[in-house]
Design a protein around this ligand. Structure first.
Ligand SMILES: [Zn+2]
Length: 133
């Protein structure tokens, strides 16, 4: 049997965001509101313990720190992601982990999929499509 192996690491955090152009029916989303975001990243591997969980998680945490650094608001002690969506966050996480703009090549990981969950209820799933690369 042929198998494919991936590992998954995750990190959750509380943050604010808003949806500037939310439809009228859900216009309350236009104002900043809090979610528990849970970011889950899949990394393909080819063998036993090829990637260490803790190292992959460190890369995810570094990527999130880099992405969210500018949004911290002292008055509410939370990151405010502004108009950033789950879709946008997932794509930024993939880009950061693969290209590591944080500057440490050891923290680069090939990512096959990233999920961003809101409150454990709804999620965006971004799958890397490499057929055009
Ligand atoms: Zn929201």
């Amino acid at each position: 049997m042929k198998t494919r192996i991936e590992i998954m690491v995750s990190q959750d955090f509380a943050a604010l965001h808003n949806y500037d152009h939310a439809p009228e029916e859900v216009k309350f989303l236009r104002t900043p509101h809090r979610h528990m975001f849970d970011v889950r990243v899949w990394i393909p591997i080819t063998g036993d313990r090829q990637v260490e969980f803790f190292m992959a998680k460190d890369s995810l945490q570094t990527a999130l720190s880099f992405i969210l650094a500018e949004g911290y608001k002292k008055n509410v002690r939370l990151v405010d992601m502004g108009n950033r969506s789950c879709e946008a966050l997932a794509q930024l996480v993939i880009a950061q982990m693969e290209n590591n703009a944080c500057g440490n090549p050891a923290k680069r990981f090939f990512v096959s999929k990233c999920e961003v969950w809101e409150d454990g209820e709804n999620a965006t799933i971004v799958t890397a499509d490499r057929t055009e690369e």
